[in-house]
Ligand binder design. Structure first.
Ligand code: FRU
Length: 488
């Protein structure tokens, strides 16, 4: 049995291979009793190059197995410089992956396919392009997303247009082989989505969630100069091959979340994994030998008002291993609620007793209290503020404060509820409204970490909190051929 080298930042309950680079989740499918999760992967180093598709599968979202690389660039072929993003569908006893064929001598990454007849263990690329013709007016074109609806296959492809509009282009097919272009499903000039943030001049990795006549388009807002910016969602509904979109919203309010992908599970749930990139300097990434992770699987639903809600998949409650914190009380200063391991799942309810109160929770990661991640209530704006400016004593870690709307925070006497899942270097904050905030942080401190409730400015803060230490996923890596149940 091989055990990975100690690395305090490597997650234990988030998917990623032992070494090297990953980015977008790809090819999410349920087939043959398994959830299949592929991802952009450079098997040779911790930087974005040589894109392959890595592959995990699981019967239950808790017990995972790494399968052989699903897709590899074909020397001299259409995808000779990389197998970029896309999704996959199950069609009878075969699985078909749709992906973006990258060559450095071409501006677009046109769609090609690969097929598996052995439940995803091995894949045969078609070799040629599936859709060689490219729209005249596009300046960026990649990332197919295929789904079945009303007896036909449909596909979106992400795009940027010469006129400055971003677009998700729609194709349709009866047989997965012959595709007809139907025009833009949605196109938009950049629209504001949050203070200082817009929906971008290009859209990567379009994903489409739909239920009961309503839907939401999830899009990676991309800029030709700045690259990936943020992920936006357009709620709305389809009419005759066009998506009638309402106002866009941020899909995640944190700085380290991009290119999420959907899996429509057989029980009807829409599950979503996102890519969380590193927030530390490249030199540190090189030293550590790995970069990127996939978020927790999230259940995505549409609220009555059409907005997109996310919460951790119910299965993840099974990772709650040992109770770590059970606390209730009030403080006008600082209350230590208990200690946690570096991978924990916490639920809390905060009740500021006076209007306009600040305060919040602090995760302290060094014994002297100098290193901490803060979640503060901003009653003036009705937001929670996540502050990682002090979350690492290593200057190579990125700082910043990030805000997620939390209207209760502005209402005197209203309790504020939250769930925080921390897995070593990743924090995912979930609010009952379905809003999320994902960020990375890099503690240099020794465990045990501790949770504090802190009142702001001498106000009284009521709190209840419960936290559980998480057990690692059960994981069988391909190279190990043996189950690694504890990564240290
Ligand atoms: C998004 C993305 C996709 C592309 C892939 C390449 O992060 O840029 O548009 O297909 O990553 O790795």
């Amino acid at each position: 049995m091989s055990v990975l080298p100690a690395d305090l930042h490597r997650p234990v309950a988030h998917l990623r291979p032992p070494h090297n680079w990953i980015n977008d989740p790809n090819g999410l499918t349920y087939h043959d009793g398994h959830y299949h999760v592929c991802f952009q992967h450079n098997p040779y180093g911790p930087e974005h190059a040589n894109m392959h598709w890595g592959h995990f599968r699981s019967p239950d979202l808790l017990t995972w197995e790494e399968l052989p690389l699903a897709l590899s660039p074909t020397p001299g072929g259409e995808d000779r410089d990389g197998c970029f993003s896309g999704n996959a569908v199950a069609d009878g006893d075969r699985m078909v992956a749709f992906y973006s064929a990258y060559r450095t001598d071409r501006w677009a990454q046109p769609v090609t396919t690969a097929e598996s007849r052995d439940n995803g263990v091995t894949w045969t690329p078609r070799g040629s392009l599936l859709i060689p013709e490219l729209p005249d007016d596009a300046t960026m074109y990649r990332d197919p997303y295929v789904w079945r609806e009303a007896g036909r296959w449909r596909m979106l492809v992400g795009s940027a247009q010469a006129d400055g509009r971003a677009a998700a282009l729609l194709y349709e097919s009866g047989d997965l082989e012959h595709w007809e272009y139907r025009g833009p499903f949605l196109d938009r000039a950049p629209q504001p989505v949050a203070p200082g943030a817009d929906t971008g001049p290009g859209w990567e990795c379009p994903q489409y969630l739909h239920a009961d006549g309503r839907g939401a388009l999830l899009l990676g807002a991309w800029d030709p100069e700045l690259g990936p910016r943020r992920t936006v969602a357009y709620p709305g509904r389809e009419q005759d091959g066009r998506f009638l979109a309402d106002a866009p919203e941020l899909l995640d309010h944190g700085p380290d979340f991009y290119a999420p992908a959907l899996l429509h599970a057989p029980d009807g749930r829409w599950l979503l994994w996102g890519w969380s990139w590193e927030a530390r300097d490249p030199e540190w990434v090189r030293e550590s030998g790995w970069a990127g992770l996939l978020t927790l699987p999230r259940e995505v639903t549409l609220a009555e008002d059409g907005s997109v809600r996310q919460r951790p998949a119910a299965e993840l409650l099974m990772l709650r291993h040992e109770p770590a914190v059970t606390a209730a009380g009030e403080t006008t200063g600082t209350a230590v609620l208990g200690t946690v391991s570096p991978s924990f799942d916490l639920t809390a309810r905060l009740e500021p007793r006076s209007a306009g109160a600040a305060g919040g929770l602090r995760l302290v990661t060094s014994a002297d209290g100098a290193e901490y991640l803060d979640i503060r209530i901003d009653a003036a704006t009705g937001e929670l503020v996540v502050d990682r400016d002090h979350a690492s004593l290593d200057p190579r870690a990125h700082g910043g404060t990030y805000r997620v709307p939390c209207p209760e925070a502005a209402v005197a006497g209203a309790p504020i509820e939250l769930r925080l899942v921390v897995d070593r270097s990743v924090a995912e904050l979930y609010l009952p409204s379905g809003r999320t905030l994902t960020l990375r942080f890099y503690s240099t401190g020794d465990a045990p970490w501790r949770i504090e409730a802190r009142s702001g400015g001498g106000d009284d803060l009521g709190y209840t909190a419960e936290a559980w230490n998480l057990r690692p996923y059960t994981m069988r890596y391909a190279a190990d051929a043996s189950a690694v149940s504890a990564l240290t």
